[in-house]
Design a protein around this ligand. Sequence first.
Ligand SMILES: [Fe+2]
Ligand SMILES: [Fe+2]
Length: 256
Amino acid sequence: MNILLIGDVVGKVGRRTIACLLPEIRRDHDLDIVIANGENAAGGKGLTPSTADEMFEAGVEIITSGNHIWRYNEIYPYLDSEAPVLRPLNYPEGAPGRGFLCHNGVAVINLMGRTFMPGALDCPFRGADDALTNIGDCDIVIVDMHAEATSEKAAMAWYLDGRVSAVIGSHTHIPTADARVLPKGTAFVTDVGMVGSRDSILGVEKQPVIDAFLNQLPTRFTTDEHGPVVFNSVLIQVDEASGRATGIQRIDREVT
Ligand SMILES: [Fe+2]
Ligand SMILES: [Fe+2]
């Protein structure tokens, strides 16, 4: 089974780029399922029902998210619906939506790290344990580990090695070069990256970010919708019988 996981889709340029590239990538790599992180899809921060629908029309089948999912409260009822959109599992009880689902034989768990991240979240490691006991008979399990600290993402991958098919890091918007399959069959990459403006800072316009570092004042950031766009993803090959990953490779593109 070939599973594509796409990094944080940033704004309209991100949504447009996945719609443009996915048909060809699906054909070239015989994709069975496409998962994308949508926490930045609406205006660079957050997700709305219409931007989620646009991602589904582009060929995404499951949307994961992270700390920015709460930006627009119109998404709250959508998270509570049957739509295959996840929020991080380890928010305190009572948060809208759910943190794992099973879709066409593939389970997806969305976790959020706690190191250098906002909020007082529950333990993602224990959260993963709980999800795995409740996941039913899905042998293929993909984890989106939305976190800032590289160490926390690596710790999660080694903690879950042999128990899930893949642990894929997201949130930093920067792709890392360490994609590999761990000894017990869990594919891992520290960060998958983003789909967003190349000549930006993490998908947002550069100057306000530079100014914020210089003057230390609260600053409003704007999604960069100009110029070339990078598309970062990983292709995970999974043996359907065992649920073990047999390969992981980066699929990165740039479009003008
Ligand atoms: Fe993000
Ligand atoms: Fe994030």
